[in-house]
Write a protein that binds this ligand. Sequence first.
Ligand SMILES: Cc1cc2nc3c(=O)[nH]c(=O)nc-3n(C[C@H](O)[C@H](O)[C@H](O)COP(=O)(O)OP(=O)(O)OC[C@H]3O[C@@H](n4cnc5c(N)ncnc54)[C@H](O)[C@@H]3O)c2cc1C
Length: 459
Amino acid sequence: MHKDLLAHDPGRWIPKLEAMLPRGQVVTTASEVERLSKDFYWYSPVLERQLRDKRGDAAVRARNVGDVREVLSFASREGVPVTVRGAGTGNYGQCIPLRGGILLDLGELDRVLAITGDGCAVCEPGARLGVVESTARKAGWELRCYPSTYQKASVGGFLAGGSGGIGSITHGVLRDNGTVRRIRLMTVEEEPREVVLEGGDVLRALHAWGTTGVMVEVTVALAPRVDWAQLAASFPTFDGCLGFAEAVANGDGWRKRLVSAFEWPIPAWFTPLVKWVPKGEALAFFEVAQDQLGALEREVAEAGGVVAFVSPYHEPRRGAQLSDYTWNHTTLWAKKADPTLTYLQAGFDPVRVREQIASLKERFGDELLMHMEYLKSGGVVVPGALPVVRFTSEARLQDMIDHCGRIGVGIANPHINHLEGSGRWRPDDAKLVAKGEYDPRGLLNPGKMAGYTPGRVAA
Ligand SMILES: Cc1cc2nc3c(=O)[nH]c(=O)nc-3n(C[C@H](O)[C@H](O)[C@H](O)COP(=O)(O)OP(=O)(O)OC[C@H]3O[C@@H](n4cnc5c(N)ncnc54)[C@H](O)[C@@H]3O)c2cc1C
């Protein structure tokens, strides 16, 4: 990144921006710019220290695609950095501007434009995933996968910053199975272009943290709607809990959306639920098809577990769901109980998972508590995990990460604030090439694609 290409004199360009856009669309109030500059980066004590003083200089509330075009053209002419914001629920500082500039808030571009007859949702980027889910369900469909933040998170933010979640145990993560059908992406040039990405090309923008273009419309494939039931079961040991969760996750007969398992004392931190969990026991959560609930209850009992809680799946916005305790919400409950806790994002080996957990426990004991989220990735059922970690020092955290590497546990490091280091960089460099084509001056979310130097790729 050539720092000298970027404008650091907001006093020069903010008046021009205000003159260009209707009154009220440019936000310069310090507290509001600060709020819009931040996400859940404080999940990581490392990023909390690195990013707490980072913010944009002004925010623009885009009301339509025309506004996005104007802002991107302005940024290109003036050399001003632009960082896109969906709902700001990212958990590793993805939408925190490192070099100031404009925060482009897409929260008002929030319409679900169509649910097509062949089962796709066509959305503006700021559409809330909860709204997409309810709209799809009314038409007989549902999201294939969504994050536990779905009530608030935007579909554009999910594609650019997330990976998978509830539903991934059946339908895989966002990059699998053609789930992301089409992305209309706007480039950052004096005359911004609209590029349509389809097929494998969607990887140019998926999980690119808004560094390769601004998504102005997305089309995601849906699944036929299922009436779901939610079940929580406690087990005397984590090993028993894991074995049962693993059997459901791998059992092709189960129609399922969620399989999670938690080591004690994590269940103790789910304050509204803890009354149903015997002290010291492990907990598993499932979402299965309503007509399979009876069978699941029987199998829990046969496996030595006790059904702690059963509830129908509620339509979004009609009450709490078990998923509000899963994926990275688990970390949130843990941090509410003890702010010194943090987490890792890990992929265990389906065959060696027990041996790997034993090795981590032997070395780190209760400094690392197991929280598993089963998912399918590339067609394989994987014991994914977001272990809750007691933070003492960066060196100790690195020791855990290094040990994971040595025993074959993959880590997508949520304590690093650039794409390459966070563990999902692809060897084909598709995003690096896309950056050179769609944001040649390196103005989008500068610093997050650490390896990009303007001019080098294009050359
Ligand atoms: C409690 C909690 C639980 C979570 N659970 C999950 C989970 O289950 N699964 C999961 O994958 N993630 C999870 N996350 C992370 C995050 O909530 C999701 O990825 C979410 O979908 C992000 O959406 P957002 O609208 O908040 O994006 P933001 O945080 O606003 O943005 C995320 C990134 O996308 C970029 N971006 C946003 N919109 C666009 C656009 N239109 N074009 C280009 N770039 C854009 C931003 O610049 C930023 O880099 C969790 C986070 C928290 C705090």
